[in-house]
Design a binder for this molecule. Structure first.
Ligand code: NDP
Length: 448
């Protein structure tokens, strides 16, 4: 990434680099935002006077703790847990928990930082937070997952609450894990409150939350095509990476809107199915059996399985939807997509694209929507789940879905308008970062 031209932002970044040495994901996320806000920073001397940017790049609180748990052989295991409470200007800290061996302070800090901007874009009263553990749920029994979740919550309970910090799911944390953690919180606090979102609808969760991130991703892409190209998604070829929660419901909605989704992947490889991914088979393998994608190719004769998840970006498509993990599209993958004629890329995963990849998309005039805007549907419906829990009411799937569509359409226009106001129409990276910054910083100024 190029050097920052603005002397103040360059100084801020240098201090961030010194203070967070070696935390590559966090530094990457901060650098991207600082670059994006260069066009507006000089118009806001009050940000400098009130150290708004310095405060935005420093989490309000970072909690790290030990998670001891007993495996099925009766042996004690120890993992490391985290919660970053990044910014509370707009509401209680809000953001998911990730269980994956790669989780470390850099990863949770980058996610918490991004979440703050994303939550601002939803227009709902939520601050930004994120957390997780370096626990690998793969291959663990039901009992092991339950005991791990309970031990995790035994510590986290003291730091969260419906008005303080409301976690949810992320990689490796779905309804099952959220249910166990919510149950442990309830036992320890003796209260039934909306302290978690992403709960099962029979357990005070919101209808439509499971689908929200993937559906929201496709809704914003549909609005992009409608507004800027006067087209719908019928007949478009779509590539999707991942085969978890976000990927499955992105495939579902894109297919419902008439597009053909030809890929899905996991960390080992990808499947290409020229007839379009068979969602029912994928859901059976991933949601019911918790199996691997190799199974898909065994069950669907038209599908080809390829080793190596990155290969998914070599498949020609009109729309690419990365829905697996951070930095999954590097410079080479982005250039391959551009050469193969991709029109739009929208990120279901957080920070899906490396800085080199982002540059390739911008240079290639690709309509590229970063995760902060594109995957905000999940947290938006989490915000709606918090409202329903407070009201002690449940809305129908249709009501939630309609609100989600409205929120995603609004996010698209907020971000597009901000890109125009900054003199770079269609640069949704600048648009998302500037619109998010202005919202959060205004609240910080009001709060002193
Ligand atoms: P899941 O755990 O349900 O699925 C994750 C998927 O990504 C799996 O297919 C997994 O494959 C793959 N994956 C994970 N890590 C890697 C890796 N290092 N390399 C390649 N593939 C990988 O998670 P979600 O679908 O919930 O989350 C996916 C992304 O979406 C994340 O970036 C998350 O932060 C983001 N997101 C999620 C939201 C939500 O509501 N769930 C909201 C907003 C963003 P495997 O099974 O082999 O590990």
């Amino acid at each position: 990434m190029q050097q920052l031209k603005n002397a103040y932002l360059a100084r801020v970044y240098e201090a961030v680099e010194q203070r967070n040495a070696g935390e590559s994901e966090f530094l990457q996320a901060v650098q991207e935002v600082l670059h994006s806000i260069e066009p507006v920073i000089d118009q806001h001397p009050e940000f400098i006077q009130n150290a708004i940017i310095e405060r935005l790049v420093e989490p309000e609180r970072l909690i790290q703790f030990q998670i001891p748990w007993t495996d099925d052989q009766g042996n004690m295991q120890v993992n490391r847990g985290f919660r970053v409470q990044h910014n509370s200007a707009l509401g209680p800290y809000k953001g998911g928990l990730r269980f994956h061996p790669s989780v470390n302070p850099s990863v949770v800090k980058f996610l918490g930082f991004e979440q703050t901007f994303k939550n601002a874009l939803t227009g709902l009263p939520m601050g930004g937070g994120k957390g997780g553990a370096d626990f690998d749920p793969k291959g663990k029994s039901e009992g092991e997952v339950k005991r791990f979740c309970q031990s995790y919550m035994t510590e986290l309970t003291r730091h969260i609450g419906q008005f303080t910090d409301v976690p949810a799911g992320d990689i490796g944390v779905g309804r099952r894990e959220v249910g166990y953690m919510f149950g442990q919180y309830k036992r320890m606090q003796n209260e039934f409150t909306g302290v978690f979102t992403g709960k099962h609808p029979d357990n005070s969760g919101s209808l439509g939350r499971k689908e929200a991130t993937g559906y929201g991703l496709v809704y914003i892409v549909a609005e992009l095509f409608r507004s800027l190209k006067n087209e719908d998604l019928k007949g478009k070829t779509v590539t999707v990476s991942g085969s978890g929660n976000v990927a499955i419901y992105a495939i579902d909605k894109a297919t419902q809107l008439g597009a053909k989704v030809v890929t899905a992947s996991d960390s080992a490889g990808y499947v290409y199915d020229e007839n379009g991914i068979d969602l029912a088979v994928l859901q059976q393998i991933k949601e019911v059996e918790r199996g691997r994608l190799t199974e898909y190719a065994k069950r669907v004769p038209t599908a080809q399985y390829h080793e190596g998840s990155g290969g998914v970006w070599s498949i020609p498509c009109d729309i690419a939807l990365p829905c697996a993990t951070q930095n999954e599209i590097d410079g080479d993958s982005a250039r391959a997509l551009v050469q193969n004629g991709v029109i739009a890329v929208a990120e279901g995963s957080n920070m899906s694209t490396t800085p080199e990849g982002v540059e390739a998309f911008l240079e290639g005039n690709i309509l590229y929507i970063p995760g902060k805007a594109a995957n905000a549907g999940g947290v938006a419906v989490s915000g709606l789940e918090m409202s329903q829990n407070s009201l002690r009411l449940g809305w129908s799937f249709e009501e939630v879905d309609e609100k989600l569509q409205t929120i995603m359409v609004n996010i698209f226009h907020t971000v597009y308008d901000a890109s125009k106001a900054c003199g770079v129409p269609g640069n949704f990276v600048v648009g998302a970062n500037v619109a998010g910054l202005l919202k959060v910083s205004q609240a910080m100024l009001w709060q002193g």
